[in-house]
Design a protein around this ligand. Structure first.
Ligand SMILES: [Zn+2]
Length: 155
């Protein structure tokens, strides 16, 4: 593993307009991760979201979809499954239901209005927990498969 500092940003190019967009922070972390299921991203020139297949990294000229395929190669089918969008969606539904039930039962003897709000809040928390857990798993699996401590180090 390299000890090089984690880059803060990277530039990608929209093939259609040739415009460059700088990505940094959490967005860069997700975008650099081949297991994060990025589907669309922003172009500052066109002021819109487009499919990742329409972009390349400006520094290497590699299409984002090729980059994801290349770095994702070493994953097992189980690792791919855990990171997949279907698991994310099913997980969110389960999280929502469990959260709604928990929120509803926690305030069983409280006034209806308060119970209703708490039920909604429970559902929201349930979904949030699932989304955050899958994001962490995607990072963990990417680090293991790609052999880096941060996917922003990948080129
Ligand atoms: Zn563009």
């Amino acid at each position: 593993m390299t000890t090089a500092p984690v880059p803060e940003s990277r530039v990608y190019r929209h093939l259609k307009c040739g415009g460059d967009t700088i990505v940094n922070g959490d967005a860069f972390e997700s975008m650099s991760n081949p297991f994060a299921n990025m589907s669309r991203t922003w172009c500052t020139t066109c002021n819109g979201f487009y499919r990742v297949a329409e972009y390349e990294w400006s520094d290497t000229g590699e299409k984002l979809t090729d980059y994801y395929a290349r770095h994702g190669t070493g994953a097992t089918s189980f690792q791919r499954f855990v990171c997949s969008r279907s698991v994310g969606i099913i997980g969110m539904i389960i999280g929502l239901v469990l959260g709604l039930v928990a929120g509803n039962y926690l305030l069983l003897n409280q006034p209806q209005g308060m119970r209703f709000l708490f039920t909604l809040f429970g559902g929201f928390v349930g979904v949030l927990i699932v989304v955050m857990s899958q994001a962490e798993l995607q990072k963990l699996i990417a680090r293991r498969v790609c052999g880096v401590r941060d996917t922003r180090l990948l080129t």
